[in-house]
Design a protein around this ligand. Sequence first.
Ligand code: SF4
Length: 333
Amino acid sequence: MGTVEPGYIALYRSGELEHRARAFEARLRSCRICPRECRVNRLKGKTGFCHSAYRPVVASVCAHHGEEPVLSGTRGSGAVFFGNCNMSCVYCQNHQISQDYKTQRCHEVDSHILAERMLYLQDELKCHNINFVSPSHFVPQLVQAVLAAVPMGFRLPLVYNTSSYDSVETLRELDGIISIYLADLRYASNKWSRKFSRVSDYVERSRAAIREMYRQVGDLVLDEAGLAQRGLIVRHLILPNGLAGSHDSFTWLVREVSPTVTVSIMSQYFPTHRAHQFPLLARKILPAEYSEVTGLIDRLGIVNGWVQEIDAAESYLPDFSRQDDPFSMGVSR
Ligand code: SF4
């Protein structure tokens, strides 16, 4: 367990956590939880772009040993994989759970069941944190689960592991609840985000979201065992043919957020799901593309973080038909 008491404990004691949970639930009546602003009544079972109604879809719960070392530590990061998504990436490695919403209906649970699974990850598997994966469309349900879990003895730091297609208004209400933001920076061009992820405003939305995350938690803070307690980690998946806009993204990050921000460079891109239908995405990255990004990191003076080895591509592909163990790989960062 972490040495720093997570902020949601004080919010629980003051009644603020319950207040926020209620306010979030009310916002589901005309959903604007994420930037899509579908305005559907999820309390009455209506669904918008994310195909998600009121109850959270929990596709998998497991100890994840393949996250960044400050998250996985020795006992794993307690991953809670939400089903469905508010993006729709043609190369999504989690497509089995993110884009097959009909199958995911059988994984709907109540918030108190989600709370019990968080307790399982804490007490049985002894994970170092709870890692909410793709949480952007289930933020109200996430907060309700934390509210239910605290009186049951839940104390782990919370990781918000996101595509960064998040609403700033929603993120503000997570201030003090989330300890660690693990945020993708996927594109520097809305042309590519529209074509490959069905998001027409990714660049401005994700950058505003990352600014807000950094405002809340700042640079990464580790405990004496080297485990993350608080802070922002920005993930960047290198895409083939420069589609991720690495130069623009990192230049923006250093200039507009902080040169001391922690980054995680991922070389694991593999053309899965529908990627083969798009020639620009139909291959792994080349050594030259990898070197270009690592050289860029050096030139910009980014010193905090990790660079994944280039041969990582296939070892990271999950299989969510193994619900309790979708990852069975050796990894290194
Ligand atoms: S969370 Fe889902 S329903 Fe709500 S605005 Fe986003 S995509 Fe639409």
